[in-house]
Ligand binder design. Structure first.
Ligand code: SF4
Length: 234
C-alpha cells in the first residue's frame, strides 16, 4: 500500500473540529476541480511534502494536549486505504478523528464510519450547478448519498455551503438548507466566498458576496431549520 501523502498541516485550531482543540492534516488529491478552489496545489494526487512518520511522531507528542485530528484536503478519502490506515493509527493515539469531505466517496465513508467521530460535509450548490462548479456530473448524487449515510449513523455532521454568487443564489442557499434539514441535518454552516482568483469577466463584488449575510429574513428562515447555524462572514 502506498504511504499516505500529506501536503499541509495546521498544528492548532479551535474552529475546524467543533468543541475540540485539534490539528488539521491536508492530504493531497481531489477528484473535483472547483472553480474557487483555494488549495489548487493539493488537487493532483502526487507526493506530499510532509513525511508521514515525522507527522505521526509529532502527533504522538501532542497526545493529551490536543483532543482531535482533522483529515482535510484536497479530499482526504481519495487516498483510500492509505488514509484509513493512518486514521486508525492516529485514533489509537487517543485522538478524536474529524473529516472534512466533499462527499464524493460514500463507499469509503462507510469504511471509516467506525473511526471518524465527526464530518464537515460540503454541500456546494443545488444539483443544477454542481457540475459547473466542481467539474463532475455525478458529484451531487454522491454527496447526497454520503450525507444520508452519515446522518443515518447519528454521528456528528456539519453541512456547509460556501456562497459563491456565481453558483449559489439566496434562493439556492435556502433550497440547500431545506434539503439538508429534510434529510435530518441539525448543524449547518453558511460560509462567505473569498475570491482567491477569478477569471476576467467573472469577477464578483463585495455586495454580491455579502448579500447572503445581510438578508435578515433569509437568516431567520435558515436558522429556524436547524439546531445550530454558523454564519461565517469572514
Ligand atoms: S473539493 Fe475542495 S480541495 Fe477539492 S477542488 Fe473543490 S475546493 Fe478544492
Amino acid at each position: 500500500m502506498k504511504q499516505i501523502q500529506i501536503g499541509g498541516l495546521v498544528s492548532f485550531t479551535t474552529i475546524d473540529f467543533p468543541g475540540k482543540l485539534a490539528a488539521v492534516l491536508f492530504l493531497v488529491g481531489c477528484p473535483f476541480h472547483c472553480v474557487y478552489c483555494s488549495n489548487e496545489h493539493l488537487i493532483p494526487l502526487g507526493n506530499g511534502e510532509y513525511d508521514p512518520e515525522k507527522v505521526f511522531d509529532w502527533l504522538k507528542s501532542r497526545a493529551g494536549k490536543l483532543e482531535g485530528v482533522v483529515f482535510s484536503g484536497g479530499e482526504a478519502l481519495m487516498q483510500a486505504d492509505a488514509t484509513i490506515e493512518y486514521m486508525k493509527r492516529v485514533r489509537d493515539l487517543g485522538f478524536a478523528i474529524g473529516l472534512h469531505t466533499n462527499g464524493f466517496y460514500p463507499e469509503l465513508l462507510k469504511k471509516v464510519s467506525d473511526i471518524v467521530d465527526w464530518i464537515g460535509l460540503d454541500f456546494k450548490a443545488t444539483r443544477d450547478h454542481y457540475k459547473a462548479l466542481t467539474g463532475l456530473d455525478i458529484a451531487y448524487n454522491r454527496m447526497i448519498e454520503s450525507l444520508q449515510y452519515w446522518v443515518s449513523l447519528g454521528k456528528g455532521i456539519e453541512v456547509r455551503t460556501t456562497c459563491d454568487p456565481r453558483f449559489v443564489s439566496k434562493a439556492d442557499l435556502l433550497e440547500i438548507a431545506k434539503i439538508s434539514a429534510g434529510l435530518g441535518v441539525k448543524d449547518f454552516a453558511v460560509q462567505k466566498y473569498t475570491p482567491y482568483h477569478e477569471a476576467v469577466g467573472q469577477e464578483t463584488t463585495d455586495a454580491e458576496r455579502n448579500a447572503f449575510f445581510e438578508d435578515d429574513a433569509l437568516r431567520d428562515e435558515i436558522n429556524a431549520l436547524f439546531d445550530h447555524v454558523a454564519w461565517r462572514n469572514s
